[in-house]
Design a protein around this ligand. Structure first.
Ligand SMILES: C[S@@+](CC[C@H](N)C(=O)[O-])C[C@H]1O[C@@H](n2cnc3c(N)ncnc32)[C@H](O)[C@@H]1O
Length: 227
């Protein structure tokens, strides 16, 4: 990815938004960690993509949020609050975009890593990025990238870290919560949820079964309470 590909209006807007939200020091931290991530693997995750510019065959397109890769600094800070053993854990990203969170999960040593994304263009970028990532890291994580609506996804029995980086609105999150509870009933286990940038979406925070374990400016970490 060349300098010319990242110097664009959307990236300037992103920097400006962060500057207003978190101030200059944290913004610099975000920018540097984003640049280093793409540079290290020579992949593209920085550039954002608005959903109306993408081909998406789902009635939930209107309640979905645009693609923006999760910042590496925020990811590390929040994911470390979930008390899981990565080498024995299965990470699922709901709305996985270009795959940045999947690669960061692999860096942390997760055994199985699943991305669910409804834009075929983003899935294709993710698959291309994954090939490069695997070549560069020789990661032996088991990856699965699924092209589908995340609210239709039947959560597998071993999934125990469920990641949401502001993919969609509260009503659709409530539907996914139903899928999480169904998966738990079929295979009771410890389930952790990381919900970043909820922006008023309180579906997890207001749900009686999800206990807040950590709360920060960037979002929440929850643990599903046994019934
Ligand atoms: C803010 S981005 C997060 C990207 C990614 N999780 C990461 O951390 O780099 C939100 C993503 O959710 C996807 N998305 C939104 N609604 C979706 C849905 N119903 N099913 C699957 N993907 C969805 C968007 O296309 C976008 O890629």
């Amino acid at each position: 990815m060349s300098v010319f590909e990242i110097v664009n209006l959307e990236n300037f807007k992103k920097v400006f938004r962060n500057f207003r939200k978190v101030g200059p020091v944290t913004t610099i931290r975000y920018v540097v960690s984003d640049l280093l991530f793409d540079w290290r693997y020579q992949i593209d995750t920085i550039n954002t993509a608005q959903l109306d510019t993408l081909e998406i065959d789902s009635k939930n397109k209107t309640v979905g949020n645009y693609y923006e890769g999760t910042n590496a600094y925020i990811f590390q800070k929040m994911i470390s609050r979930a008390e899981v053993v990565p080498s024995k854990s299965c990470f699922v990203d709901f709305g996985s975009g270009k795959g940045k969170a999947l690669f960061m999960a692999a860096e942390r040593g997760f055994r199985k890593i699943i991305g669910v994304e409804f834009s075929i263009e983003l899935v294709e970028v993710n698959r291309k990025n994954l090939e490069i990532f695997k070549q560069k890291t020789r990661s032996n994580a088991e990856f699965e990238i699924l092209h589908m609506d995340a609210s239709e996804y039947a959560i597998p029995a071993d999934a125990n870290l469920l990641f949401f980086s502001n993919p969609f609105n509260e009503a659709l999150t409530a539907k996914v919560i139903g899928n999480i509870l169904k998966s738990y009933e079929q295979a009771p286990r410890e389930i952790w949820v990381v919900h970043l940038h909820p922006q008023g979406n309180m579906a997890f925070a207001n749900h009686p079964r999800f206990k807040v374990v950590h709360e920060a400016r960037e979002g929440f970490v929850f643990r599903l309470e046994p019934r």
